[in-house]
Design a protein. Structure first.
Length: 313
């Protein structure tokens, strides 16, 4: 388990340098008292481990920017990749407040060693040709966050999946897989989403792609309150979902996705052990005992594939 005495911990992601696993995570001080306030006070912390279980905290990675910066309010969830030249790139969400509501944009920082990070600025934001903006008055924020970046398998640049919302359709059913493309990790084109609205979710948070025993999956998280009326009607609780995919860039079967996370856990991720190739599941404790916020990351759980579906535990 990874927990901090004086801070809540929630969304997280990994990097593997070949020797150690690096955990990047959002955290905010418990002295705020109300866990819901953590989002506007989030920074990105950093810990390292040899086994995904025993973690050592090291210097924090990133904090919010200055007034006028795209991340002046807080730094939110992202992903970390390595350029062929050896430089590490951390793509992350920067947040600001506009008329009291949250607007999210994507930026990045670079590092030679995963420890010392230099911010490089904003690279992407919601394009109104395809994505809902705050001015549309459809949602509680302008969702364009949680970048998941990976290299094109055929060498055609880099792909970025983004938590976003389409600009049409029922308000509670606009969640889409937002999409950006880059030739070099530095200049990015915002493109039309890889999925359509109307798949059952108001938003698809913290996406990632994994290939388990030859089958591609898109994992994403959505709380019950952020699901569409149709999904709510099934009585399915919120959590982390797995959608089958034909390739890493889709198509993704969002409407046919399956809930895979145990109760109370959120933002589940699959991470592969370097030595054995086994997949493990990790998530943060979102709810425990009478709905209290947990604010810590669990130890790895086993992952298996049963009849083509992911099974945790």
């Amino acid at each position: 388990m990874f927990a901090l005495k004086d801070s809540w911990v929630w969304d997280f992601w990994f990097a593997d340098d070949g020797d150690r696993y690096h955990l990047f995570y959002l955290f905010a001080p418990k002295k705020l008292q109300d866990p819901d306030d953590r989002h506007y006070h989030a920074s990105i912390g950093h810990a390292v481990s040899d086994d995904l279980t025993n973690w050592s905290r090291v210097d924090d990675a990133l904090v919010h920017g200055e007034s006028g910066d795209f991340d002046e309010l807080a730094t939110w969830t992202g992903s970390t990749v390595r350029h062929p030249n050896g430089t590490w790139y951390m793509f992350y969400t920067g947040t600001t407040l506009v008329e009291g509501k949250n607007v999210q944009r994507i930026g990045y920082a670079t590092s030679p060693d995963l420890c010392q990070w230099s911010k490089q600025g904003q690279v992407a934001e919601a394009d109104p040709r395809w994505y809902e903006l705050l001015a549309d008055q459809g949602w509680h924020d302008e969702a364009f966050r949680d970048p998941w970046v990976f290299a094109d398998p055929d060498g055609n640049g880099w792909h970025m999946l983004v938590t976003a919302r389409g600009n049409y359709g029922p308000t509670d059913d606009r969640g889409v897989v937002g999409y950006c493309w880059s030739p070099d990790l530095e200049s990015w084109e915002v493109r039309e989403p890889l999925t359509r609205v109307g798949q059952g979710f108001g938003q698809l948070e913290v996406m990632l792609t994994v290939k388990v025993e030859g089958q591609w999956f898109l994992l994403f998280s959505c709380l019950a309150a952020d699901s569409s009326a149709l999904t709510k009607a099934t009585g399915t609780p919120g959590g982390t979902w797995a959608a089958k995919a034909e390739t890493q860039t889709g198509p993704y079967d969002i409407a046919g996705s399956k809930l895979i996370s145990p109760p109370g856990l959120y933002v589940g991720r699959l991470v592969q052990l370097r030595e054995t190739g086994e997949w493990k599941f990790m998530a943060f404790v979102n709810e425990e005992g009478e709905g209290h916020f947990g604010g810590r990351i669990i130890d790895p759980l086993p992952v298996s594939l049963l009849d083509g579906e992911l099974v945790i535990g």
